[in-house]
Design a protein around this ligand. Sequence first.
Ligand code: F6R
Length: 247
Amino acid sequence: MLLSIKDTFEDMSREAAKLIADRIHRKPSLVLGLATGSTPLGLYKELIRMHKEEGLSFAKVTTFNLDEYIGLPRTHPQSYYYFMWENFFKHIDIDRRYIYVPNGMATDIEGHCEWYENEIKRLDGIDVQVLGIGANGHIAFNEPGSSLGSRTRIKTLTEQTVKDNARFFKSTEEVPKTAITMGIGTIMEAKEIILLANSTSKARAIKEAVEGPIMAMVPASIIQMHRKAYVIVDKAAASALTHQFNG
Ligand code: F6R
């Protein structure tokens, strides 16, 4: 695991973008795993800039998103598909056919999860997976207690997550209670992982993930077992670490 502590959110985002751009240059048909949320927004902004100003092309890149709410159509402003389209995809030259986001409106959700896993396999796996981390150590919608070997499946959101997400909806009742998420086992099969975190609200989760014991109660701690994981954080998110060294 390589830990990189940057001064600011912008520095963190630039470092992650540079890494991804390098991988696209080496392999234009890169298979890229993506996350939603506020953490990767700076990364997407920087990749968009690189596309517009430096000619970085996503034309042959395939993307797989980590998760999606069940019951929200792609046109719903709170769906993760909509989020990705607005914040990233519509600004770059990606081919729509190469975009994968779990379909929360699928009639056979379990069959859809199996299909999603098979599509990842068909494309020879994810080359680089981008992750954020929840304040409770979750990755994707794998909340504390999730099996460390889990695959893409339906998950019921914790009460806390429903409450946290309520600010984006008119009422708590409107917040979807279930989601499709890649499993921890699925994520761990990515050839490289970039975990991003910023702000003091993530300091405890980063400490537990990076320096704590590996356990299902802190899903992100499994990253310690990955052979090529980059943990890129800002100073605030690194503030609780005992070993604050880069490398
Ligand atoms: C989103 C996802 C989540 C977020 C996490 C952090 O696709 O998988 O696990 O990465 O909840 O969210 P933010 O970045 O909003 O703090």
